[in-house]
Design a protein around this ligand. Structure first.
Ligand code: ADP
Ligand code: MG
Length: 246
């Protein structure tokens, strides 16, 4: 049975539909890549799944609950969001130490000091940045800041991890570290990961399964190897070969 399932989803802005998904399901413990041209609805999909966007129509089946998205209240969403880690494309840091940035979510939850210490240490270890704990967050490099943004959600041990173009502005060295971190999280915690990326090599290296979104629809999906080697639609073929004009 699917772990995460979306049905009859329709998202519109100013009367224009930007995302329409009849059905999409995701299994537990897999890494999914989401690719597609700019403006096709990839970020919107992650925002809906993170319960940050209220669509006009749609059902989300997650953690054994079937949620009618348009009627989900803020309070109703909160308990679910505690199990969802969403890292937006351009993370913002508070002007405080790395430790305090990572600890913030746990402090809001009133967690005991020793537990916070342990959890933050563990999250920093996972992103390979333990040595930055006392550093001011705004002094981090782009690659480090992106991993601290990830540590900020890992600290509460989410079951679902949604990443929006996490390595878009990084150099190859930091991209490699980021990918290693995702693999480590996946191995240690069996977290289900959805990653939006324009880096097709990255999608190939990192994911089990890929989805191609074009003009607000999932046009094709498949096991990663076949997805890249034998695209079934002309749209995906054009996209992969750089022929798609958008
Ligand atoms: N808050 C919003 N208000 C109006 N239009 C939006 C909003 N968010 C996204 N859109 C539009 O929805 C479409 C899909 O956007 P997005 O999901 O960000 O695409 P992608 O992440 O694939 O580049 C785009 O045409 C974008 O302009
Ligand atoms: Mg986007």
């Amino acid at each position: 049975m699917a772990y995460l399932e979306l049905e009859h989803l329709q998202v519109a802005f100013a009367g224009k539909t930007v995302l329409h998904v009849e059905k999409a399901s995701f299994n537990r413990g897999k890494i999914y890549g989401i690719v597609g041209p700019s403006g096709s609805g990839k970020s919107t999909l992650l925002r809906v799944l993170s319960l940050l966007e209220r669509p006009a129509a749609g059902w989300l089946n997650v953690f054994g609950e079937n949620i009618h998205l348009p009627s989900l209240t803020h309070a109703g969403g909160l308990s679910l969001q505690r199990r969802i880690g969403y890292v937006q494309q351009k993370p913002t840091m508070f002007d405080a130490t790395v430790f305090d940035n990572v600890a913030l979510g746990l402090r809001y939850r009133g967690m005991a000091r020793e537990e916070i210490q342990t959890r933050v240490g563990e999250a920093l270890r996972l992103v390979e940045l333990e040595h930055t704990a006392t550093q001011r967050a705004h002094t981090l490099s782009g690659g480090e800041a992106q991993r601290i943004a990830l540590a900020r959600v890992l600290v509460y041990q989410p079951d679902l991890l949604f990443l929006d173009e996490p390595t878009a502005n990084l150099d190859p060295y930091h991209i490699a570290i980021f990918e290693r971190v995702i693999q480590a999280i996946h191995q240690e915690r069996q977290t289900t990961v959805l990653i939006v990326t324009h880096n097709l090599q990255q999608a190939r290296r990192l994911t089990d399964h890929c989805l191609f979104i074009h003009k607000g629809s999932i046009v094709e999906r498949g096991e990663t190897e076949a997805f890249f080697a034998q695209p079934q639609t002309s749209e995906l073929d054009d996209f992969l070969c750089g022929r798609m004009i958008y």
